[in-house]
Ligand binder design. Structure first.
Ligand SMILES: [Ca+2]
Ligand SMILES: [Ca+2]
Ligand SMILES: [Ca+2]
Ligand SMILES: [Ca+2]
Length: 578
C-alpha cells in the first residue's frame, strides 16, 4: 500500500448528493450497490418520524407528553440566557501538537482525558499518528484562570510513542489509579498509571495480547464476578490482505480476564471496519451490550451496524430488534436526551449525522427536525456533505439540557465531501431541539478535526473543549459562557475491582426532573474521558442524587452539593459524599 495513495477518494457516484444515513429497507438496498453505481436520486429523503406532526416523548413515571413539534418549529426559538462563548487557549500550549501520517492515520486522532497526578485537574494524552503522542499536564491556576498545560515527562512507557490512533482511560487493575489503553497501528498497549503522571507498560504483565492489527476503537465493561474489565478492541482494514483495502475489514477482539490476567482474545467475526465501539446497558436490563459502528467506505457491501450480547456471546439479529442499517460510522455518543432514562445514541457518518432514539427494545431515527443531522457545512460556500468524527454530549451552558459537539473534517482530500467543514456545537433548547451555535461560540474551526473532548479543564463548572486535528494543531477552548446555570460534578466510587463504577447510572434530581448519565468507557472517535460526570442544573438551588451501581443496587437519594466537584462513595445503601 502506497502511503500517499488516497484510497478514500474512490468514485462514489453520489453526484454531489448528501450521503444520507440508511433508514429503511428501500435505502438499505443501496448498500449492496457497487461502489461506482449511483446511489439514490440526490434528493433528501425525510426520515420517517418527521412525517408526523408531533413527537411523543416518553417521560418518567409512565407519563407521555405529546409535543407539537411542527408548531414549535414555526415559532421563533426562545431567547437563551448565556449564549455559549469559548476563548482560544491553543496559543498557550507548550507545544504545537499535530495528528499526522499517511493512509493509516487518515482515521484516528483521539484524546484521552484523565487526571493522572491526582490534583483534580484533567490532563490530556493526545494521539499523534506518525508524530509522537503527547502527554499534556494541566497546570491551570484555578477556576476561571487561563487554561495552561506543560509537557509531561516523555520517558518510561510513554516514550514519545508513534503509531498511536487514540487512547482511553480506565482502571484496569483496580488499584484506584487510572490506566491507559492505547490503540495503535500495530501492537496496542496497556499502560499502568502511577504517581505524577508516570506510566509503565503493563501489556505483558497483565497477559494482554497486543496484536498487530490496525486498531481504531476500544471499549470496556466489567462482567459479573470478574477481577478485571472485559476489553473490546475494534479494528479497521486488514493491512495484510493482498486484495484490500476494500472489502478487507479485520476482525474485532474481546479480551476476557482469567483471574487477574487476560486470556487469548475471542475474535468477534465478522468485522466491518469498526471506527467506534461502546459497551452500554442501553436497554437498562443489567446486561451491557457492545455496539460496533462500522465504516461502509471499506466494507463496501454486506456490512452493517452491529450489537453484540455478551452472555452468550452473539450478535443481535433482525428477529430480536436489530434491523441492519449501514452508514459511514465514525463515532458514537450516548446520552438520554428524551428524559425517559434510556440513552439515545449519536452516530457520526458522512453526510447525515444520525441520532437514534432509544425505545428500550430497539431504536428509531430521530426526526429530522431535531436538528442534529448536520449533514453539510453550516458556514461558507462548500455545499458538499460533511464528514463527522468524534461526537460528545455535554451541558455547555449548564441549563440542565445536554448539548452536542461534533468534530468534522475531510478524510484527507476526498473530493466528494466538504473541505472546509466546520465543527458543530449544537445547543439543546427547552423543546429538545438542537440549534447550531459553533460560529457564535467561536469554535467553528474548519481544519480536519478528528478526536475531541468536553471536560472542565479549569474547574469552574463550565465544560471546556479539546479538538484534535489531522495535519493541523491541537485546539484548546475555554468555556467563558456568561450566566450559566448551576452544576455539579460527581465521581462515583466503590470497593474494587471496578473502583470507578463503570456501568453505573447516576441520577440527579431537581425540581425540574431527573437527569441520568451512564458511566461508560468507549465510544467517541478513538478517545474518551474518565473523571467526574458533569451535570448542568439550570436554575436549581438544590439537587439530590443517587447511584444505580453496576450490580443493580440503587443507593438512597442523598442531598448533593451544588457548584462543587465531589466523590460519591458507596456505603451500604447510602452514599458518602466528599
Ligand atoms: Ca492533573
Ligand atoms: Ca490502575
Ligand atoms: Ca445545555
Ligand atoms: Ca471550565
Amino acid at each position: 500500500m502506497d502511503e500517499g495513495r488516497d484510497v478514500f477518494s474512490f468514485p462514489v457516484g453520489e453526484g454531489g448528493s448528501a450521503r444520507s444515513a440508511e433508514t429503511d429497507g428501500a435505502r438499505r438496498k443501496a448498500c449492496s450497490a457497487k461502489p461506482n453505481e449511483p446511489r439514490g436520486t440526490g434528493r433528501r429523503r425525510t426520515p420517517p418520524l418527521a412525517r408526523f406532526a408531533s413527537l411523543t416523548l416518553p417521560y418518567r413515571e409512565g407519563r407521555a407528553l405529546a409535543l407539537p413539534l411542527a408548531i414549535l418549529l414555526l415559532a421563533p426559538l426562545p431567547a437563551q440566557a448565556g449564549e455559549p462563548v469559548f476563548v482560544d487557549r491553543a496559543g498557550d500550549l507548550p507545544v504545537v501538537h499535530v495528528y499526522d501520517g499517511g493512509w493509516e492515520h487518515f482515521v484516528g486522532g483521539g484524546v484521552a482525558v484523565l487526571d493522572c497526578n491526582g490534583d483534580e485537574k484533567p490532563d490530556l494524552y493526545v494521539a499523534g499518528g506518525a508524530n509522537p503522542a503527547a502527554l499534556l499536564v494541566n497546570v491551570t491556576e484555578g477556576p476561571g484562570a487561563p487554561i495552561r498545560f506543560v509537557e509531561g515527562a516523555q520517558d518510561g512507557a510513554l516514550g514519545g510513542d508513534t503509531g498511536v490512533t487514540g487512547a482511553y482511560p480506565l482502571d484496569v487493575d483496580g488499584d484506584g489509579v487510572l490506566d491507559l489503553a492505547v490503540m495503535r497501528v500495530g501492537a496496542n498497549r496497556l499502560l499502568k498509571g502511577g504517581p505524577d503522571c508516570g506510566f509503565t507498560d503493563a501489556t505483558a504483565q497483565w497477559g494482554f495480547d497486543a496484536g498487530e492489527r490496525w486498531s481504531t476503537a476500544f471499549s470496556a465493561t466489567w462482567e459479573p464476578g470478574r477481577a478485571r474489565p472485559t476489553l473490546a478492541i475494534g479494528n479497521y482494514v486488514d493491512r495484510s490482505d493482498p486484495n484490500g483495502p476494500f472489502e478487507a475489514c479485520d476482525v474485532n477482539e474481546l479480551h476476557r480476564p482469567e483471574g487477574e490476567l487476560y486470556g487469548a482474545p475471542v475474535l468477534l467475526e465478522p468485522g466491518f471496519c469498526a471506527l467506534s465501539i461502546l459497551f452500554s446497558d442501553w436497554s437498562r436490563n443489567g446486561r451491557p451490550e457492545l455496539r460496533v459502528s462500522n465504516d461502509r467506505h471499506y466494507y463496501v457491501r454486506g456490512g452493517y451496524e452491529q450489537m453484540w450480547r455478551l452472555d452468550p456471546l452473539e450478535e443481535r439479529v433482525a428477529a430480536d430488534g436489530w434491523p441492519r442499517i449501514s452508514l459511514w460510522g465514525m463515532g458514537i455518543a450516548s446520552r438520554d436526551v428524551t428524559g425517559d432514562g434510556l440513552s439515545e445514541v449519536m452516530l457520526t457518518s458522512m453526510g447525515d449525522q444520525l441520532m437514534k432514539l432509544n425505545r428500550g427494545d430497539g431504536y428509531e431515527n430521530a426526526p429530522y427536525s431535531i436538528g442534529t443531522y448536520a449533514q453539510r457545512p453550516f458556514l461558507g460556500d462548500d455545499g458538499r456533505p460533511s464528514t463527522g468524527w468524534h461526537a460528545e454530549f455535554g451541558d455547555v451552558d449548564n441549563d440542565g439540557r445536554a448539548d452536542l459537539f461534533i468534530a468534522k473534517g475531510n478524510v484527507d482530500q476526498m473530493p466528494s465531501n466538504a473541505m472546509k467543514d466546520p465543527n458543530n456545537l449544537l445547543m439543546q433548547t427547552p423543546e429538545g431541539i438542537f440549534v447550531e451555535r459553533a460560529a457564535e461560540a467561536g469554535v467553528a474551526t474548519t481544519d480536519r478535526a478528528r478526536g475531541a473532548a468536553l471536560a472542565d479543564l479549569d474547574g469552574d463548572g463550565r465544560l471546556d473543549l479539546v479538538v484534535v486535528n489531522r495535519r493541523a494543531p491541537l485546539e484548546i477552548w475555554q468555556n467563558a459562557t456568561p450566566e450559566t446555570g448551576a452544576w455539579l460534578a460527581v465521581t462515583p466510587r466503590e470497593a474494587g475491582p471496578n473502583v470507578f463504577a463503570v456501568g453505573a447510572f447516576v441520577e440527579v434530581r431537581t425540581a425540574r426532573g431527573v437527569q441520568v448519565q451512564e458511566i461508560t468507557v468507549g465510544g467517541g472517535h478513538v478517545g474518551g474521558r474518565a473523571g467526574p460526570l458533569h451535570f448542568g442544573l439550570g436554575p436549581a438551588e438544590a439537587a439530590e442524587l443517587r447511584v444505580i451501581w453496576p450490580d443493580g443496587t440503587a443507593s438512597e437519594w442523598v442531598e448533593a452539593p451544588v457548584a462543587r466537584r465531589f466523590e460519591a462513595i458507596r456505603d451500604g445503601e447510602t452514599l458518602v459524599l466528599r
